[in-house]
Design a protein around this ligand. Structure first.
Ligand SMILES: *[C@@H]1O[C@H](CO)[C@@H](O)[C@H](O)[C@H]1NC(C)=O
Ligand SMILES: *[C@@H]1O[C@H](CO)[C@@H](O)[C@H](O)[C@H]1NC(C)=O
Ligand SMILES: *[C@@H]1O[C@H](CO)[C@@H](O)[C@H](O)[C@H]1NC(C)=O
Ligand SMILES: *[C@@H]1O[C@H](CO)[C@@H](O)[C@H](O)[C@H]1NC(C)=O
Ligand SMILES: *[C@@H]1O[C@H](CO)[C@@H](O)[C@H](O)[C@H]1NC(C)=O
Ligand SMILES: *[C@@H]1O[C@H](CO)[C@@H](O)[C@H](O)[C@H]1NC(C)=O
Ligand SMILES: *[C@@H]1O[C@H](CO)[C@@H](O)[C@H](O)[C@H]1NC(C)=O
Ligand SMILES: *[C@@H]1O[C@H](CO)[C@@H](O)[C@H](O)[C@H]1NC(C)=O
Ligand SMILES: *[C@@H]1O[C@H](CO)[C@@H](O)[C@H](O)[C@H]1NC(C)=O
Ligand SMILES: *[C@@H]1O[C@H](CO)[C@@H](O)[C@H](O)[C@H]1NC(C)=O
Ligand SMILES: *[C@@H]1O[C@H](CO)[C@@H](O)[C@H](O)[C@H]1NC(C)=O
Ligand SMILES: *[C@@H]1O[C@H](CO)[C@@H](O)[C@H](O)[C@H]1NC(C)=O
Length: 689
């Protein structure tokens, strides 16, 4: 059915040399009168024409292939001898040409004519006849059914109801396809070798023969993918802060478009191109796998993406410094929690760093005292710092308080508090001997408490407290004294019926209470006074250890009275105070009394100015003390008369170097105008020595 039009050799003339005697007649000459390659539409008429010369009545034989189909001797009256099966189509014309009438497709083929004339030899001539048919019902076919990228080959062919193809061309888009390393093209097929996705597109087949042409088109889509998916996060960040939301999008090139699914830690999540994660937590950290499946080719690809969810540590970093033995400091900075843990470092100390917690041990050199050491705590979400300053123990003043225990013992409490970082360790010496817990002494972190019936126990030795940390030490000595009154005075109202007695006690003097004694006539009305004779001192009041003044009422201004204060340590009486007089015979002038009664404290000072500077100093002290007459101890809770005697020890009254106690200094009292020697400012809270 399919014929190939091939050009024959250009030579049309074939001369056959017969074997003849020398000098004989000219040879037979035979040629085609028309084309030796003939085409005809099916059902049509065609003649394979020959012409010859120098021959008459020659014999001719037409052959199809090797089979004779017609023989005749030219110019004879006998008809040509034609193959009976072909007689309806074939005939031989008078000049020897082969005639076809109403040709059918099966007459296509190679024909040859042989002419023989005795004495002139034999000549042959070849013809090719192609019978064509018009194209009808051309349809493209392909194999296999679908073209998949990566397969070996895919071929496009065609079928038709009828038609004879002379020429077939394939085009892809507008480009004619030639055989190459990518394609193999022949009359029947187009073969695409190792098809790829770019081979998708329109393919056109054009069939031609001399009588008609036909085209057929098809769209080819090459199935491919999925390629390795790409996963992108939106927002696209190196990490996500816990509580935030994000989308993970998966995309893979594929035809048809792939189906996406997600897994996390082996668990299947939502299907779909976009995975939405809201309010992410650190538990969402890990590998997310996106799988893309091509539903046609059943091939799949997956891709992992690592999600990082960070959570900042709570609160803020905490810095501290501890004592490590006597010589070393351990700086410590911690910022627990967080994902990942914060990176902690002390850039000022060295270059080391650690996650979450860093402790650095350094020798306690003097220059560390007062130096702020900064800890840098670095977390991807947040950066923070904290500072710590180590400090050697600061100078301080001990504080003392005195009281009576429930067993009736004298109680002495000595406290040493020194500002220091790390906290100073307090130790105590009695004389040169370390003080341990015993029947008499009990130690707490900053206090030494002694309890004994015998006051001598406390007076025998000097006590020393030492506050130390690796950066240094501060020592203070305390010499306790027997009960004593350092100063006393007396004021009267205008009428002379009421006096106020005030007094002072040295801070180191052990005092648990006072007796107010009077010498003179009985008071007009009962004040719970003790009976006694007017000529001797008798106790008229008892005051707790914290008292520094008392009022005595119902005096007769016309009479003389004498008062004194007796300090007591439990049952032991100390030296009584100086005796204070009041009455017509005393030295107190009327104007002074009036000034006092008018409530102008300046009057007192005016009155006392001539007495001298020392007196002034004493009175100032006196006034200051009066401001806080009822100072009470923070720790001791006993019966009122047992309340402790809280005294601030003035530096000048003992052999301690004068010091400000930084801890206890109150701003309102700092500006006080102090005389030449600087005693510590009085404080409400505790008695400080
Ligand atoms: C072919 O020849 C026959 C007889 O000579 C004639 O009847 C017929 O019409 C011819 N056909 C064509 C297509 O010329
Ligand atoms: C031979 O005869 C046929 C018809 O009879 C004619 O068509 C053809 O031209 C002739 N050939 C020559 C060479 O005369
Ligand atoms: C056929 O023979 C006749 C006479 O018999 C002659 O006139 C004619 O030329 C011959 N034709 C050919 C082709 O030889
Ligand atoms: C004609 O064809 C035959 C066989 O097809 C071949 O052997 C021969 O050489 C051919 N003759 C010419 C002159 O082409
Ligand atoms: C194909 O046939 C159509 C008519 O059938 C004709 O117009 C066109 O020119 C032909 N094309 C070729 C390439 O032969
Ligand atoms: C995630 O996708 C949803 C809808 O696809 C959109 O509404 C939302 O804004 C996206 N979130 C982010 C963080 O891109
Ligand atoms: C993706 O992650 C899963 C689960 O963690 C693991 O089994 C798999 O091997 C990973 N695949 C690749 C390509 O890393
Ligand atoms: C940290 O300091 C030490 C010496 O002090 C040095 O040997 C080390 O290389 C430093 N490390 C870095 C990371 O700088
Ligand atoms: C502290 O002093 C020592 C030597 O006295 C010195 O080596 C060190 O660098 C100093 N440290 C600081 C923090 O100044
Ligand atoms: C620590 O000290 C540095 C300077 O020494 C200062 O910038 C920083 O704010 C301080 N940090 C804190 C938490 O006080
Ligand atoms: C106190 O205890 C220490 C050891 O704990 C000891 O060396 C010392 O002798 C003790 N002192 C007294 C007075 O017992
Ligand atoms: C008190 O103690 C001292 C010294 O220990 C002692 O001499 C004195 O006798 C004691 N007094 C009493 C009343 O026990």
């Amino acid at each position: 059915m399919i014929q190939k039009n091939r050009g024959l050799s250009a030579a049309l003339i074939c001369v056959v040399l017969a074997l003849l005697p020398q000098g004989s007649q000219a040879l037979l000459e035979l040629s085609a009168s028309g084309p030796d390659v003939a085409s005809v539409l099916v059902g049509g008429n065609v003649t394979l024409g020959v012409s010859y010369s120098r021959a008459s009545n020659a014999a001719i034989i037409w052959r199809r292939g090797l089979d004779p189909v017609a023989t005749w001797t030219i110019n004879t009256s006998a008809p040509p001898d034609i193959h009976p099966g072909l007689a309806s189509v074939l005939g031989v014309s008078a000049n020897g040409s082969l005639q076809f009438v109403g040709v059918t497709l099966d007459y296509s083929g190679g024909y040859s004519v042989e002419m023989t004339k005795s004495g002139q030899g034999t000549a042959t001539l070849n013809f090719t006849l192609t019978v064509y048919e018009r194209f009808e019902g051309v349809v493209l076919t392909w194999h296999p059914d679908s073209v998949v990228e990566g397969s070996k080959r895919w071929s496009l062919g065609y079928t038709m109801v009828r038609g004879v193809v002379q020429d077939a061309t394939w085009t892809f888009g507008d480009t004619e396809i030639q055989t190459s390393d990518r394609y193999h093209v022949d009359l029947n097929n187009l073969v695409i070798l190792a098809p790829v996705r770019t081979d998708s597109g329109p393919y056109t087949l054009t069939l031609r023969n001399p009588y008609s042409n036909a085209t057929a088109r098809t769209m080819v889509t090459v199935l491919y993918g999925p390629d390795e998916p790409e996963v992108t996060a939106s927002p696209d960040l190196p990490f996500h802060v816990s509580g935030s939301s994000l989308n993970l999008s998966c995309g893979a090139d594929s035809f048809p478009p792939p189906l996406y699914s997600w897994t996390f830690k082996g668990e299947k999540l939502d299907d779909g191109e976009v995975l939405t994660l809201t309010n992410v937590q650190t538990s969402h950290n890990g590998e997310y796998t996106c799988s893309a499946v091509n539903g046609e080719t059943r091939t799949s690809q997956s891709k992992n993406v690592t999600l990082r969810v960070y959570e900042s540590p709570g609160d803020s970093p905490v810095c501290s410094v501890l004592a490590l033995g006597d010589l070393d400091l351990q700086y410590r900075c911690s910022w627990p929690g967080g994902t990942p843990p914060a990176q902690i470092s002390f850039p000022g100390l060295d270059n080391s760093s650690a996650p979450g917690l860093l402790t650095l041990t350094v020798a306690a050199t003097q220059n560390l005292s007062g130096t702020s050491v900064s800890c840098s705590a670095s977390h991807p979400v947040l950066h923070a710092s904290c500072n710590i300053t180590a400090a050697a123990p600061a100078p301080f003043l001990p504080s003392l308080s005195f009281g009576v225990s429930s067993e009736g013992k004298i109680r002495v409490t000595m406290s040493c508090v020194s500002a220091a970082v790390p906290v100073a360790v307090v130790s105590w010496l009695k004389g040169t001997e370390a003080v341990n817990n015993s029947q008499v002494y009990s130690l707490s972190s900053t206090e030494l408490t002694g309890e004994d019936h015998n006051i001598t126990t406390f007076l025998l030795h000097q006590y020393t407290c030492s506050c130390r940390n690796p950066l240094g030490e501060q020592r203070r000595q305390i010499q306790l004294r027997a009960p004593v009154i350092s100063d006393s005075s007396l004021f009267s109202n205008r009428d002379g019926t009421v006096v106020t007695l005030t007094w002072e006690v040295p801070p180191t003097s052990i005092v648990t209470g006072f007796e107010i004694q009077m010498q003179g006539p009985d008071l007009e009305r009962s004040q719970g006074i003790l009976p006694g004779r007017a000529s001797s001192f008798r106790t008229i009041q008892q005051r707790p250890g914290s008292a520094r003044s008392t009022d005595i009422l119902n005096l007769d201004p016309k009479l003389n009275y004498k008062f004194r204060v007796v300090p007591k340590a439990r049952l032991i009486n100390g030296e009584p105070s100086a005796v204070q007089h009041i009455g017509p015979g005393s030295g107190l002038s009327g104007s002074a009394i009036a000034g006092i009664a008018a409530g102008i404290p300046g009057g007192i000072l005016l009155l006392l100015l001539p007495i001298g500077f020392l007196c002034l100093l004493k009175h100032r002290h006196h006034n200051e003390q009066v401001r806080y007459p009822m100072t009470t101890d923070k720790g001791l809770k006993t019966k009122p008369e047992l309340s402790p005697n809280n005294i601030r020890m003035a530096g000048g009254l003992n052999n301690y170097s004068p010091d400000y106690n930084r801890l206890h200094q109150a701003p309102s009292e700092r500006s006080m105008d102090l005389p030449m020697f600087v005693p510590p400012a009085p404080v409400r809270v505790a008695t400080t020595v």
